[in-house]
Write a protein that binds this ligand. Structure first.
Ligand SMILES: C[S@@+](CC[C@H](N)C(=O)[O-])C[C@H]1O[C@@H](n2cnc3c(N)ncnc32)[C@H](O)[C@@H]1O
Length: 283
């Protein structure tokens, strides 16, 4: 589409999201890896019979099938995502489940039609997450509940044997993302205020629980694929070269290379930890 002179450019989200963005492969890898913990979190939320549930920012729709398996009789789940590609994939993954392409800041639903809203790793993509919570809370019926989930509020543990290198790598990733998206440190760290977002949006009965996703050697295939493809190659890799001292970059490259004898995921002492926090509140 050609924009008219002077027309405002479509505003992208804090992390570059637009209706045309596609990182479906990454989402699939994450959901296959974190499936046990995510399913357990869904099963732990009580949902009355005949409820309507919205998965806002549903990505490739993996959770829609888990919701369907968990819901009581007569209840339905609906997906919504900004990305047209993600929404299309979600329709295929969760056949028979309605999935709409839409912006959760201006959701294409009437107010007060959902009993539960579930949104995982999505609100931190917004420039104003509290506005996102408010927009989603308006969709709740009286007595309805919203569950907002976020992984990695505390730093993931990758290298149990080398906290120093891990800290340098984490800082390098933050510096890379600050440069890539032109974000300030405070915009990035705002994600830690999950509970504060719900409070500032005026919601009641805010509760929170953090689960640990924990994996040790020997890893299942889904765990190794997520860590190797999403983290070692997708999040770290060559892009961190200019953000680390050469000696640290060289050490990281060896730990992340399946062809190297020092490959981290083959170490018997490999121990991975990632937090998954879910805050729940009433509308
Ligand atoms: C990190 S992914 C998480 C997807 C999914 N919840 C999951 O756990 O796999 C973030 C998702 O939020 C979507 N998203 C970002 N901004 C959005 C917005 N304003 N409205 C709706 N969806 C949005 C993205 O397209 C992406 O699919």
């Amino acid at each position: 589409m050609i924009l008219a002179m002077g027309a405002p450019k479509p505003r992208t989200g804090l992390l570059g999201d637009t209706p045309r963005r596609d990182y479906a492969e990454k989402l699939k890898l994450f959901n296959t890896f974190a499936r046990p913990e995510l399913r357990e979190a869904i099963d732990a939320l009580s949902v009355p019979p005949a409820s309507r549930v919205l998965d806002a920012g549903c990505g490739t729709g993996d959770a829609l099938g888990w919701w369907r398996a968990s819901l009581p009789d007569g209840a339905v789940v609906v997906g919504m995502d900004l990305s047209a590609v993600h929404a299309t994939i979600a329709r295929g993954v969760a056949a028979g489940t309605p999935v709409v392409q839409g912006d959760l800041l201006a959701p294409p639903f009437a107010d007060g039609v959902f009993d539960r809203v579930w949104t995982i790793n999505a609100l931190h993509h917004l420039r104003d997450p509290v506005a996102g919570v408010r927009a989603l809370a308006k969709l709740l019926r009286p007595g309805g509940r919203i569950a907002v989930g976020q992984s990695s509020l505390v730093p993931d543990m990758y290298f149990a044997w080398d906290a120093r290198l891990e800290a340098r790598v984490n800082e390098a990733v933050r510096a890379y993302y600050r440069d890539r998206y032109g974000c300030s440190e405070s915009e990035f760290t705002a994600v830690r205020s999950l509970v504060g977002w719900l409070q500032r949006a005026g919601l009641r009965d805010v509760g929170v629980r953090t689960r640990m996703i924990e994996r040790t050697h020997p890893l299942a295939e889904a765990d190794e694929r997520y860590l190797l493809e999403c983290i070692f190659r997708g999040t770290w890799g060559e892009r961190l070269r200019n953000y680390l001292r050469p000696v640290d970059f060289a050490e990281l490259a060896r730990l992340c290379d399946p062809g190297d004898e020092r490959y981290a995921l083959r170490r018997p002492d490999f121990h991975f930890l990632q937090s998954l926090t879910i805050a729940v509140a009433s509308g």
